[in-house]
Structure formats: structure tokens, C-alpha cells
Design a protein around this ligand. Structure first.
Ligand code: ADP
Ligand code: MG
Length: 425
């Protein structure tokens, strides 16, 4: 969980950097915040005649092998930081342009929804700011890298509410999407699913790469030529990640949140390979675990709220193999009926709608944020988790026994498998 703390610190520092950037017009990024309002006005109009975006969208994205982030045992240096900045400088505009194209292919009635339009404009602004950084020339010197890194921090912060905005946007134009397909729920769902899966996993990838750069920068040290040795972490990669430790910490946090709604929420019991450690990027998996635990606690609490007996525990089993690892979260929350199970992977499907009292999770995982403040009710926990799991070269499966309980299986590839292919970011 140490990485989560760092991410939170990062977010705090981002505010400092953002205010620094806006208060000092002499600062190379000063203009960014000052021009934001103007850019906002210009972007929508420019969007339709912007050749830069059009050309960048024609290029292929260069996805990095996860193992490449490990530096294969080598200690990263200033040169690596410059390379990392250069990679992001050329790669991020391509990824953003692809996504802008995705927005462009949405039906007009959807893209003009204020929440969705806001996100599209954010993407266009970010595209412009990154591609025009240093007048479009690759960064070469330390101070340029420093400025570019500050810019990344501001942009990460800027995009913090994208999931909330898209969720609100798509949920408020659900009826319009249905109209487009003459009331065909399946087709409407397909459109939303393919757009959100792509946009949210691309966002995860961009944020992982940007965070990696920021953490590398922290680790290498500001004006230092020397790497501050952190044997347990290189950028976003924890070199000795212990799943049991994250599972316990996340379960504890979610259990505490449920204590606002229930005196004695179920316990979480771990078994299997609880001592296993290996190199991994915890950010995505932590997000998924958080969502799965929220659901498991809710199911057990709702199913047993009228019983005086202690609630049945949530059992978590860890199995680590050479190619991948699986985490199974098994609850006795009475499972789901088939009409529910058929819809759980759909964005916005929930059986908790209107239960706005399910609020309460604090600042856990602000980086990958979604409905982090709420314990249930948006219906996006499972579909986003599945999309993330698949992006990370794995899968998320659910087996439910109606009347008994639910087993969730999260399987993910190692970043450095003994044989076979890892995933790319
Ligand atoms: P939300 O939690 O906001 O409802 P999710 O996407 O996380 O959205 O879950 C969708 C629905 O799937 C839930 O509303 C619930 O009906 C069902 N569900 C998910 N996990 C479980 C579980 N462990 N036991 C019973 N039902 C579940
Ligand atoms: Mg949920």
C-alpha cells in the first residue's frame, strides 16, 4: 500500500505545482493555466479543423512491455528520465488523438452532452499542451524534463474527474442512445460499452505511464545524478509486491467504510499463497480489489442484516503460478439470480440505485478513481474492473450460486513471466 501513499502525496504536491504554475507568469507553464479558459472556448471550434489531431490519430500507439519498466535489474539514471520524458512527449499525443477520434465517432446527441463534451475538450486541451511543449521539439536537457514533469502533474490532476464525468454523461443520455437504436437495449449497451472500455483502459495506461515517470523522477532525485536506492520499487513497479499485504489493507479500509452502515461487517480471511512476493504494478489490481470487496461486503451485509448471528466471513484465496496469479474472493452474500447475473458487466447496471446512503470510502486510490467515494450505486465497479483486468493481460470472472454466495476470480499475468508474453501498457 506504500505506493498508494505516494500517489496521494503526489496529488497533494500536484496542487502546489498547479498553484505555482498559475501564480508565476514567468514560469514556463504559467501560461497553461492562464490560457485554459481561452483554450476552452477555442477547442470545440478548432476540433473540426485540426490537422494535428487528425495526423496524430493516424499513427500507431507504441505500447511498452510491462517488464521494460523494471529496467531489468539496472538502476535508472538521469538519462532514463530524459528518455522517459521523450517517450511520453511523442506517445501521449498519439494516444490522446485516438481517444479524441473516439469521441468524434459518438452520435451527435451524445457528444453534445455537457459532461461528455467537457471530457472531450479536456482531451483536446491536453493534446495541444503536450504536443506544443518546447515548441514541439523533443526535450533534451534536465530543466526541460523538469518542466515537462510539472506539466504531467497538472494534467493528471486535470483529468481526475473523467470517470465521474463520463459516468454522469452516459447515464443522463441513456434515453437518447436508446432512441438512436429504436429502443434496442443490446445495441445501445454495445455502443456505450465499447466506448467506455476503450476510453477508460486507455486512460489507465496513460496514467500508469505518467505516474511511472513522476515516481522515477522522485526516486532519481531533483538535481542529483545519483539514484536514491529503493530496492522495493522502481517507478510504479514494486519489485517485491506481496498480494496478501494489499488485500488485507484494502479489505480493512472497505470494512471500516461499511461500519457506517453495519455494526459488525464480515471478517476477511486469507488463505493459499499468502507469503508470495513478486514484481508487480499494484495500481490497477488495487482498484479492482477495492470494487470487488465493496460488492462482497454489501452482499453479505444485506443478506444477513436480520440475523443475530455473526456474519459469514469473506474468504480470499491467493494462487501464484509461473505465468499468472489468481485471487478468488468468495462471499456468502446469497449470490445473484440469473436476471441480475446477465447484466452485471453492463455499465450503469446496479441493484443499489437510489441508495445514496452507501457513501463513505475515503481517499483510497485517488489515482485510478471512479466512484471511490461511494460503496455502491453507480453500477460501474464491475465493468471497469473487467476492462482493467483484460487490459492488464488477465480476466475477471464471476460464479454465483443463487441463494448461497458469489465467487469472484481475478487472474492477472506476471509482468515478467518465465515464458510466454506479458502485457503491454
Ligand atoms: P454497484 O456496486 O454500484 O451496484 P457494480 O458494477 O459493482 O455496481 O455491481 C453491479 C451489481 O452486481 C450490483 O448492484 C449487485 O447487484 C451485483 N453484484 C456484484 N457483486 C455481487 C456479489 N458479490 N454478490 C451479489 N451481488 C453482486
Ligand atoms: Mg460495486
Amino acid at each position: 500500500m506504500s505506493l498508494i501513499k505516494t500517489v496521494a502525496q503526489q496529488a497533494r504536491r500536484t496542487n502546489v505545482v498547479a498553484s505555482k504554475a498559475s501564480s508565476s507568469s514567468a514560469h514556463p507553464l504559467g501560461g497553461y493555466n492562464e490560457n485554459k479558459a481561452q483554450l476552452r472556448r477555442e477547442t470545440t471550434a478548432q476540433y473540426y479543423r485540426d490537422h494535428d489531431i487528425h495526423n496524430a490519430a493516424k499513427k500507431d500507439s507504441v505500447r511498452l512491455k510491462a517488464a521494460a519498466l523494471l529496467f531489468t535489474g539496472r538502476i535508472p539514471s538521469d538519462i532514463d528520465l530524459i528518455r522517459s520524458a521523450q517517450y511520453l512527449q511523442s506517445e501521449l499525443p498519439v494516444r490522446l488523438a485516438h481517444r479524441i477520434k473516439g469521441f468524434r465517432s459518438l452520435p451527435f446527441i451524445v457528444v453534445t452532452n455537457p459532461h461528455i463534451l467537457k471530457v472531450m475538450e479536456q482531451y483536446i486541451r491536453s493534446f495541444k499542451v503536450i504536443s506544443s511543449f518546447n515548441d514541439g521539439r523533443m526535450v533534451k536537457k534536465q530543466d526541460q524534463v523538469e518542466d515537462f514533469t510539472h506539466l504531467l502533474e497538472i494534467l493528471l490532476d486535470d483529468h481526475g474527474s473523467v470517470i465521474d464525468d463520463l459516468t454522469q454523461g452516459f447515464s443522463s443520455c441513456h434515453d437518447h442512445v436508446l432512441d438512436i437504436f429504436d429502443g434496442d437495449e443490446g445495441k445501445a449497451h454495445e455502443l456505450v460499452q465499447s466506448f467506455l472500455d476503450k476510453t477508460l483502459t486507455s486512460r489507465l495506461g496513460i496514467r500508469l505511464l505518467a505516474q511511472h515517470h513522476l515516481l522515477l523522477k522522485d526516486q532519481i532525485g531533483k538535481n542529483s545524478r545519483y539514484f536514491i536506492p529503493r530496492h522495493d520499487r522502481i517507478g510504479i513497479v514494486e519489485s517485491r509486491w506481496k498480494p496478501a499485504k494489499d488485500i488485507e489493507a484494502i479489505a480493512r479500509k472497505i470494512r471500516e467504510s461499511w461500519m457506517f452502515h453495519c455494526d459488525n461487517p464480515p471478517r476477511v480471511k486469507l488463505n493459499g499463497h499468502t507469503e508470495a512476493e513478486f514484481p508487480y504494478i499494484p495500481i490497477g489490481v488495487d482498484y479492482i480489489l477495492q470494487e470487488v470487496f465493496k460488492n462482497a461486503f454489501r452482499a453479505v451485509i444485506e443478506a444477513h442484516s436480520n440475523s443475530a448471528r455473526q456474519m459469514p466471513p469473506i474468504d480470499v484465496t491467493i494462487a501464484v503460478n509461473r505465468e499468472d496469479f489468481t485471487i478468488r474472493i468468495a462471499d456468502r452474500g446469497k449470490g445473484m439470480k440469473s436476471d441480475v447475473i446477465n447484466k452485471i458487466w453492463r455499465y450503469h447496471f446496479t441493484t443499489a440505485r437510489g441508495r445514496s446512503n452507501y457513501g463513505g470510502v475515503g481517499d483510497l486510490l485517488s489515482m485510478a478513481n471512479s466512484n471511490e467515494k461511494e460503496l455502491a450505486g453507480y453500477g460501474i465497479g464491475l465493468p471497469i474492473s473487467k476492462a482493467y483486468a483484460e487490459y492488464l493481460g488477465g480476466n475477471l470472472e464471476i460464479k454465483s450460486m443463487s441463494g448461497i454466495g458469489t465467487d469472484v476470480y481475478l487472474t492477472l499475468k506476471h509482468i515478467d513471466p518465465h515464458k510466454g508474453h506479458s502485457f503491454r501498457i
